[in-house]
Every structure is written in structure tokens, then in C-alpha cells.
Design a protein around this ligand. Sequence first.
Ligand code: SF4
Length: 349
Amino acid sequence: MSHKHFSQLIEWSHSQYSHLPWRSQRTLYRTLVSEIMLQQTTVGTVLNHFEKFLNEYPTIFDLAKTSEEQICISWKGLGYYRRARNLRNLAIQIVEQFSGEIPTDLESLLKLKGIGPYTANAVIAIGADLRGLAVDANLERVLSRFYGISIVKGPKLQQKLFSDFKAKKIVKEIDRFSPRDLNEALMDLGRILCQARKASCLLCPLKSSCLAFKSGNPMSFPLEEEKNKMEDLFIKLLRVIVKDKNKILFYQKNSNEWLSGQWELPTFILETNDAKLKQYPKVKNKKQFTEAQIIKTGITKYSIDNHLVEMSLLDFKKLTEKIEVDYVFKIHNEKLNLSTASIKALKKI
Ligand code: SF4
């Protein structure tokens, strides 16, 4: 990352976002409060509540003194109330352990219950303007794109970024700039131009050194977690055709079944790898049907082999002795709302 791009990035960030109230007037306390508020909440929402909250709790001592109930009332509109309770607990710990002085070293900060690496680094870099990198989802994305790091997003990538930062392999130019300015500028970039679903590279001050931009496919960084491939679900169904002169035996699907209201040939499960499937009754004596003609269909996530078998009413009665379904003979015509699989099966016979 050349210095020039860094300074352009910082300039851009200053020109656009230095008016934010937690930036225009700084104290460690204001940084801590704003950082906790900004987690999981947009800048716009925090803007509506920040000053009011600070008026109510002007110092960390006020925050430590309040009740859990009261802080949740004051937090109204910001959501995720766990953060409000967390902030109050932090204030209590800081008052008790550090006489109300917010520590600015990583070790002390991480000992406080409720502070993780992100908030600790934010307090250090943004609050105290000391060397630190506050890696949240925005920085994770921006840095993995900028340096072309192909690692699945999440803890592994964050660890890699932290260790590379410590080893001065990435963002090593931070020593030339204000850590505060640089962290905030990278955050702004991630929030505004280098978003998860859209990268506005042409407007980005870093574009000429960005490896993701050079690759032509910036969105391919960081890697997305591969979704667990769903096991291919299959069903082998037995579709039975019982004829009586010009009528065929059907049954109507219940309201809680697939294709509810439609008519279907008597259908049974021969085999499936979905143990939970309860759409059809099972038949026991499967072997006798293995030679049957097969047609393929599919429904929702299942691929289905339909084994077609014609049999007499007597054999059918034997097959369904203990199965309670209302099978009725119907004329197969256009008025009968038949399932697609049944239509296909009847065409084959
Ligand atoms: S050039 Fe594009 S991908 Fe690279 S940091 Fe800027 S916005 Fe992100």
C-alpha cells in the first residue's frame, strides 16, 4: 500500500465523515460508547441517539451508577439490549479496577468482561490513537480485498489479519499516519465504497494498489464459507395402477401433504435416504417391485424414481392391508386434478 493511497483515503474520509459526533469531540469514554453502539447498528441510527445518551450519562461514573433497568430504557431505539447491559458492566469494572480511567493497552482491555479484540483495538487505535487495528467485518473485507487474501471470512481470516498486522506485513504504513485516522478511513471505506455486495472501485482511493480490483473480480474476496452441500435426497416410490374397466384407483392428497387437493395413484415409499419423510406409507415387501418400469420426477429437494406397477384389486388389498387411506375408483379424465407424476405414470402404461 503506497503512502499516497493511504493519505488519499484518509483525506476522503476526513472530508466526508469528520462531522460524526464521536469524531468531532473525542474522549476515550465517547469512543467506547460509540463503538459499542455502532456494533450491529447503522451510523444513522446511532446519530439519533448518541448525544442524548451522553447527556444522560456524561461520564463513566454515571454509567456505572445506573441500574440495568434504567440503561435499557435509555438504550431504546438502538436494539440489541445485551450491549447496553454489557456497557454498564464495563463501566462498573473500569470504575472498580481502574478508578474510572479506561485502559489503553490490549492486555488490560481484554481482561475486562465484555470486551473482545475488536472493541479493545478500537479503544486503542481510535480512542487513544495508538497502534492497533480494529478488525470488524468491514475491515476484514477491505483488507482481504486490498491484499488479495483468499481465506474464508470469519475467525481464521481475522486471526491472519491480526498476526500479519503485528508482524508488520500488512498496513505497515500505519506508523507514518495516525492509527486513528487510518482505522476510521478503512472503516468508512468498508461501509461506503467497499461493501459486501457492491464494490465501487472506480471511486475508491485505493484502487490502483488493490489486488482484488486488479484481479477484475473484487467480490471474490474474502472467500465465502462453502455452504454445507446438502446431501442429495432421493426417494424410490411405488406407483400402483389398479384398473377396473374404465376406472382407475386414486386417492386425494390431504391438506397437510404435498400437492394437497390433487389426486394421485396409490403411492408408497420403497426406499429413501430421508428418514423423516412421512409423505407416503411404506411397503414392506419391496423386492417384488424392483423390476418395475421407472420414470423420474422431482419435488422440492428430492429426486424421485417412480416404480410403476399394475396389479389386481385383490393384490392391492393385500399390499395395503394395514394402511389407512381412502382409495376410490375414478375415471381418469381432465376434470380430475391429477398430480403430474400420476399423469406421467399413466401415459407409460
Ligand atoms: S478498489 Fe474496490 S475492492 Fe479494492 S478496496 Fe477499493 S472498493 Fe474495495
